[in-house]
Design a binder for this molecule. Structure first.
Ligand SMILES: NC(=O)c1ccc[n+]([C@@H]2O[C@H](COP(=O)([O-])OP(=O)(O)OC[C@H]3O[C@@H](n4cnc5c(N)ncnc54)[C@H](O)[C@@H]3O)[C@@H](O)[C@H]2O)c1
Ligand SMILES: [Zn+2]
Length: 373
């Protein structure tokens, strides 16, 4: 029997119909408790392995272990570190080692239980171990719940660049339990909220408005409110991924804020900012660019800036120069034929993609947002 913590809410189920696999994202407070049933529903093979981090396992492992009490579940979780600097092939090798040691065969399911780092790394292990075993994501950060667990991008960093090694490998299911976010540090939680703002700004004015209106219950992590904003975000990602699995076209709109964002992360060696914070700045830069071109109304640019500011101050960028950021952008792998593609907002909930942004425009926009000359 299914039992959810919240009696008021039905679980939200979203279909992600990609060409390579169709799967369901289930979102509900307490969804974790029904994990075994959901695995059985999607016929996830019976030998089940969990990959998590020591911290996530300490906080939530007992609940997951209780939910997965079927005979096939491998008793010991595979625990690997989850800092960004561990998102590397040697950590994936440790996952392979554990799978080999346990004689994991093709009929195995790998369950990722952690933030985006665990999901990306363990997802890559699942994609490559025996040329692919079943994968189920149980994301535990807001960023992973609204973004990285959906869409099939898995992979690791190379010492010389982020996410350089990877694959597209869709999961069999994604199980999102917003109650897991109760233990997330405030900074991590906020970092995920910038991605929610991204979905609102690119694709949904109602979601955008809701973040401003419901800031209090969001920050109080009220499960019903979280379920709603997470579901709205996942629906947008699911729809985009379904029409553009490998990011050839429409999926690129979800890179809004990411051109400058990735550059900010790169020049600070992925240490100073959380990814979402860098995206917060990146969205401000894109909005300044769009407003300067007259493509975005000043009122809408201000609304975005206000919403971002309402989450609290972003760590300063005053000591980073516009030239450094531009240099890093020119190295980004999202350059197509030497041109930098830029997602510009045209209104709240709408974007356009351009490839003719000049260095001069960029420099002006970066300075307006607080970068030095
Ligand atoms: N695959 C994709 O499409 C995609 C999309 C966006 C980002 N990413 C990747 O995701 C990664 C970032 O993910 P992230 O922001 O989740 O970071 P993360 O996985 O490093 O997690 C952040 C921190 O939160 C901790 N944590 C996780 N769940 C917790 C919980 N419930 N309570 C308390 N602490 C918890 C972790 O131990 C970690 O210290 C990056 O490597 C990025 O490249 C991938
Ligand atoms: Zn992102």
């Amino acid at each position: 029997m299914l039992s959810y913590q919240s009696t008021l809410m039905e679980p939200v189920r979203l279909d992600v119909a990609t060409p390579s696999r169709a799967y369901t994202v289930t979102i509900a407070p307490g969804a974790l408790n029904n994990l075994e049933q959901m695995l059985d529903d999607v016929h996830a093979p019976g030998r089940r392995f969990v990959v998590s981090s020591p911290l996530v396992w300490r906080l939530h492992g007992p609940q997951l272990a209780k939910a997965l009490n079927g005979a096939g579940t491998h008793a010991e979780p595979i625990l690997v570190p989850d800092g960004e600097r561990y998102k590397q092939l040697p950590t994936v090798a440790r996952i392979y080692d554990a799978l080999v040691a346990a004689n994991a065969e093709r009929g195995s399911t790998l369950i990722t239980f952690g933030g985006g780092v665990i999901g990306d790394m363990a997802g890559f292990a699942a994609a490559t171990y025996l040329r692919g075993i079943a994968l189920v994501h149980v994301p535990t950060t807001l960023l992973a719940q609204v973004d990285s667990a959906i869409g099939g991008k898995v992979g690791v960093n190379h010492p010389l660049g982020k996410n350089i090694i990877g694959s597209f490998y869709q999961p069999h299911a994604v199980v999102v339990d917003p109650a897991l976010l109760g233990t997330l540090p405030r900074r991590e939680f906020r970092a995920g909220l910038y991605e929610v703002i991204k979905y609102g700004m690119t694709s949904s004015a109602p979601l955008f408005d809701r973040i401003g209106r419901e800031r209090k219950p969001i920050f109080a992590r009220a499960p019903e409110t979280l379920t709603e904003i997470i579901s709205a975000s996942c629906r947008i990602k699911a729809d985009v991924v379904a029409i553009d699995e490998r990011e050839a076209g429409p999926r690129r709109i979800l890179n809004f804020g990411h051109s400058a964002g990735h550059a900010i992360e790169a020049v600070t060696k992925y240490r100073r900012y959380r990814h979402g914070e860098a995206v917060g700045y990146g969205m401000l830069v894109a909005a300044e660019l769009a407003a300067a071109r007259g493509a975005l109304a000043e009122r809408d640019r201000q609304a975005l800036a206000d919403l971002i500011a309402s989450l609290g101050p972003l760590p300063s960028v005053a000591d980073l120069s516009a030239a450094q950021i531009i240099g890093a952008m020119q190295h980004d792998k999202k350059m197509v034929a030497g041109r930098l593609h830029f997602v510009l907002p045209t209104a709240i909930g709408a974007t356009t993609i351009v490839d003719d942004v000049t260095e001069k425009e960029l420099k002006t926009a970066l300075r307006k947002v607080g970068f030095s000359a």
